[in-house]
Design a protein around this ligand. Structure first.
Ligand code: ARG
Length: 465
């Protein structure tokens, strides 16, 4: 028997019920659903819509149901006892069914002045609030992991890249701290999302509000929200925060994916910059020598699915007339997958990255090859008064010359330097050193060791809180 069978001559076809049921997906909202119902029934009593005695019985039964679910006593197999028929199409009805089983007619009073339309909108917001806090915890954890590595390898210089071509020397710590900044923005993005999550849709009822003298602000306060979603039509139709949340997850995943890509590249023989611990790599079933960075690859792959979640929900929404449409039920698959995926990836990345060992010797040898200090050379000429464009062209010629001779910038004689420009003096060799070049950087936020130390101190303070 369904809860609306008064209007119908026939019960829902078993196939239709099975098809339309969201219980398998939304049963994980049981805590939020009960939390919302407890606030609702307290409000009904305060407004004298039910008696205090009735409210007390309902509250007690709801708490019992919570315990039953938590102890695994309710299996949510969607079937009535001893029957093959499904009884509940979603978590809201499953809980209400159980309540009516326990309290009889009285159980039916809980749904006064409420609809599943405002109920699901509320449950998802309660879920998001809790989930965002959890994600933020993992974001902080990963930031700390990176910060530790940055400190551990504070003095290591590596080739910095643009276009995946060696560009200029930078501190490894500077590179790692870039990720700390990215994750910091992710954290703020979730903070920002919470502000909009924290509005209660409860009391919008189906779409139009209710003729019962409810107190929406009371339930909002009781549930710890900052306020209510004023317009009842908006309250039941809106899925903006869900989209914002998935977008924030997608950006975080994009960051993790770039990170993963670097781990994949840097752990390959071609780079050989780092070693991922055996415990986070896999072998090949055929090639005995293989050691594969599967965790990083999977994170990169899951990022694709995360973008899918975002596009899925945006697409569900784009053609929907106001207010509630059953299409909205599809939001939960994307929502939960987004949350579960981002937590799993942040968590495994932290543990894995802690075990990463950088090959500092390899960085050193690589620094001396290539022409990483060509920019310093151009700056040198510019400081001596040449327009930078001109200096750039001269150094370009010098690089060309050295490549033909198969020598490095350091090996070029002063005479040869002076053939290219009279501005070159003996002091040119002093700047042809990676560490000197770092110390020479004067700009805010540069890879100069003192700037990097400042950044480490900044994040240490920030992450301590
Ligand atoms: N399971 C539904 C959902 O997730 C709950 C709201 C159902 N409302 C309705 N009028 N059928 O969207």
């Amino acid at each position: 028997m369904t809860l609306w069978n008064g209007r119908f001559h026939k019960e829902l076809h078993p196939q239709a019920l099975k098809f339309s049921s969201s219980l398998a997906v939304d049963k994980r909202l049981y805590r939020e659903d009960i939390e919302g119902s407890l606030a609702h029934v307290a409000m009904l009593a305060k407004q004298k819509i039910v008696t205090t005695h009735e409210a007390r019985q309902i509250k007690k039964a709801l708490l019992e149901i919570l315990r039953e679910i938590e102890m695994g006593k309710i299996s949510f197999n969607e079937h009535a006892r001893g029957s093959k028929r499904l009884i509940a199409e979603d978590i809201h009805m499953a809980i209400e069914h159980r309540l009516i089983e326990k309290l009889g007619e009285l159980g039916g009073k809980l749904h006064t002045a409420r609809s599943r339309n405002d109920q699901i909108a509320l449950d998802e917001r309660l879920y998001l609030r809790r989930t965002i806090l959890n994600i933020q915890k993992y974001l902080r954890q990963l930031q700390k992991t990176f910060l530790k590595k940055a400190e551990q390898y504070k003095d290591v210089i590596m080739p910095g890249y643009t276009h995946l071509q060696r560009a200029q020397p930078v501190l490894l710590a500077h590179h790692l701290l870039a990720y700390v900044s990215m994750l910091g923005r992710d954290y703020e993005r979730f903070d920002d999302c919470v502000k909009r999550v924290s509005r209660s849709p409860l009391g919008a009822a189906a779409l139009a509000g209710t003729s019962f003298p409810i107190d929406r602000k009371f339930t909002a306060r009781k549930l710890g929200f900052g306020g209510i979603i004023e317009n009842s039509i908006d309250a039941v139709s809106d899925r903006d925060v869900q989209i914002e949340f998935i977008a924030a997850c997608a950006i975080t995943m994009m960051h993790l994916s770039r990170l993963s890509e670097e781990l994949v590249l840097w752990s390959s023989k071609e780079w050989d910059f780092l070693i991922i611990n055996d415990a986070f790599t896999t072998g090949s079933s055929i090639m005995p020598q293989k050691k594969n960075p599967d965790m990083a690859e999977l994170i990169r792959g899951k990022t694709g699915r995360m973008y899918g979640n975002l596009i899925a929900l945006l697409t569900v929404m784009k053609g929907l007339p106001l207010t509630y449409n059953r299409d909205l039920q599809e939001d939960k698959v994307s929502l939960f997958d987004a949350a579960d995926t981002v937590v799993a990836c942040l968590s495994v990345f932290s543990t894995m990255f802690r075990t990463v060992k950088f090959d500092t010797k390899r960085f050193e040898t690589e620094l001396n090859s290539d022409f990483l200090l060509a920019t310093e050379l151009a700056d040198y000429l510019a400081r001596k008064g040449l327009p930078f464009r001109k200096a750039h062209a001269i150094v370009g010629n010098i690089v060309q010359f050295c490549m033909q001779k198969k020598i490095s910038l350091k090996d070029l004689s002063l005479k040869d330097y002076q053939k290219h420009s009279k501005f070159f003096g003996k002091d040119v060799y002093q700047i042809l050193d990676a560490r000197t070049s770092l110390h020479e950087k004067k700009s805010l936020g540069s890879t100069a060791p003192r700037e990097v130390s400042k950044a480490i101190q900044f994040w240490k303070r920030k992450l301590k809180k």
